[in-house]
Design a protein around this ligand. Structure first.
Ligand SMILES: [Zn+2]
Length: 79
């Protein structure tokens, strides 16, 4: 179950939140979802849906891009 919350960090605190799906920085309001996987935060309901409908299905909960993704991308695009 997800619920909307507000980031209560003060303006001088460096407590940044990032959307689990798109990585966008969240300044104030965010959608928090707690489950067996822990608490994850999203910037919009679209990102929450995309996480469940695509990310979990295709990548799994612990997926991280490979460390050399930048080089791989550059190699593929330069050709
Ligand atoms: Zn997002």
């Amino acid at each position: 179950m997800a619920e909307w919350r507000e980031n209560d960090a003060q303006w001088h605190e460096e407590r940044m939140l990032h959307c689990t799906t798109c990585g966008r920085m969240i300044a104030k309001r965010y959608l928090a979802e707690s489950s067996d996987l822990g608490t994850r935060i999203y910037c919009t309901e679209s990102c929450l849906d995309l996480y469940h409908d695509y990310w979990l299905v295709e990548r799994g909960p612990d997926y991280r891009p490979p460390p050399n993704i930048g080089e791989t991308y550059a190699d593929l695009m330069v050709k």
